[in-house]
Design a protein around this ligand. Structure first.
Ligand code: UGA
Length: 431
């Protein structure tokens, strides 16, 4: 059993804390939002993440997870402190690290013995060094500490599984002592551990997210060429994916990537490279291809509808991907705004993200079911590939629509079948 503090109860913080508690540790979670803390104590979780609620309730009962609002209190009582606060994008594309700095200063003031301070938030390279310098400057007495970079690779929607069964664990350390602490902490998890220095660990995180984004933009660029020559991107991805050096994952062509991580991390990496004097042109193209996918979807909509103004568009899917209610940088939300700007009237449905979308979108009719969204719409647009959309009764959808038009931004149906059913079916990279 280790005594752990987790600062920040966002996605990464809550998942990290509940998994560490489930491994038998004593975990104190800290947040400055008192209402959120009160809710968490009652088992009310601010995000939808499969398995998270159960894990928190179970470990509350076992007295292994606690919620407080004082960083000092948590830091004093812990040996390992995870920093999991937000690092949003600033106007210049760089990451805003003010929350990380504030937490580091608070930890420094609370030092009462050797502490291992672990950076878990996605941060630009060199943040570990900054955390170290901040703590060194502020701390009093001879208290020893080590800073560790331990980037997380969890995906929303499968966050618990990804944390408990990761492909690898990356630990950036400066001392053997800190390495031992981290190895001991992760002993219950069966995964290869890559131990390196702090800047390398930080770059590993940048490199992974930007490589995955590159894979998606690459297949989207291929999809565009497929449309021009009458090829099928799904088959291209299948054949490419069978090459073990490439792999099939993250080769799904579509409306592009969204979410809190990829767009933000891409901006931050491009910004960091620029600051260091390197023009990361490749990643700028990845970003441009991704943004252009929305223009492409709009063009397809105009092709199908001719005039978009005053047309009813039914939208299926609001979250940035299935199995989450997260709408941050959701392609669907951005697409709805583009359609509204062109004068379209939107009816939308999502199994989990309607509540959050209501605060973000104006003048949208939120529907009870996908069929409700299709009813009297001039076209139906699919923007998140939730399972229930694959199982739609398409004959019923066709009857409900004013015109049998489906614009599929996630390629969930077979174009040949759709044509046979009498749909005008526009998807990505398939003819
Ligand atoms: C991503 C990474 O996958 C995680 O490893 C990482 O830890 C996390 O960011 C983070 O940095 O915190 P996440 O944002 O939860 O995880 O979602 P992904 O499953 O990676 O999907 C990101 C976006 O890419 C979604 O909008 C999804 O629709 C899109 N995508 C994904 C595609 O358009 N095509 C694909 O083939 C795969």
């Amino acid at each position: 059993m280790q005594k752990i503090a987790v600062i920040g109860t966002g996605y990464v913080g809550l998942v990290t804390a509940s998994c560490l508690a489930d491994m038998g540790n004593r975990v104190i979670c800290v947040d400055n939002d008192r209402k959120k803390l009160e809710n968490l104590k009652k088992g009310i979780i601010p995000i939808y993440e499969p398995g998270l609620e159960e894990l928190i309730i179970k470990n509350r009962k076992l007295k292994r997870i606690f919620f407080v609002n004082s960083i000092r209190e948590a830091a004093k009582e812990s040996d390992i402190i995870f920093i999991c606060v937000g690092t949003p994008t600033q106007a210049d594309g760089g990451a805003d690290l003010s929350a990380v700095e504030k937490v580091a200063s608070e930890i420094a003031r609370a030092m009462n013995g050797y502490k291992v301070i672990v950076g878990k938030s996605t941060v630009p390279a060199e943040t570990g060094d900054r955390i170290k310098r901040t703590i060194e400057m502020i701390k009093r007495g001879k208290n020893n500490f080590d800073v560790v970079s331990n980037p997380e690779f969890l995906r929303e929607g499968s966050a618990i599984h990804d944390t408990m069964y990761p492909d690898r664990i990356v630990i950036g350390v400066e001392s053997k002592r800190a390495e031992e602490v981290m190895r001991k902490l992760y002993r219950p998890i069966k995964a290869p551990i890559v131990v390196t220095n702090i800047p390398t660990a930080e770059i590993i995180k940048h490199a992974c997210n930007s490589f995955l984004s590159t894979k998606i933009s690459f297949i989207n660029a291929i999809a565009n060429i497929c449309e021009l020559v009458g090829a099928d991107v799904e088959k291209v991805a299948e054949a490419m994916g069978l090459d073990k050096r490439i792999g099939r994952q993250f080769l799904n062509a579509g409306a592009g990537f969204g979410g809190y991580c990829f767009p933000k991390d891409l901006d931050a990496f491009i910004h960091l490279a620029e600051k260091k004097g390197y023009d990361f042109e490749l990643l700028k193209s990845v970003r441009k291809i991704n943004n252009d996918q929305k223009k492409l979807l709009m063009k397809k909509t105009e092709d199908a509808l001719w005039i978009v103004k005053n047309k009813n568009v039914g939208v299926l899917g609001l979250s940035f991907k299935p199995h989450t209610d997260d709408i941050r940088n959701s392609v669907s939300i951005e697409m709805i705004k583009i359609l509204q700007h062109a004068g379209a009237k939107i009816k939308a449905y999502d199994p989990k993200a309607m509540q959050k979308s209501k605060a973000e979108l104006a003048k949208v009719t939120f529907c009870k079911s996908p069929y409700d969204a299709a009813k009297n719409s001039d076209c139906l647009m699919i923007l998140t590939e939730w399972e229930e959309f694959y199982k739609l009764d398409l004959q019923k959808v066709k009857k409900l629509l004013r015109q049998p038009i489906i614009i599929d931004g996630r390629n969930i149906f077979d174009p040949v079948k759709m044509k046979k059913l009498g749909f005008v079916y526009k998807c990505i990279g398939r003819c």
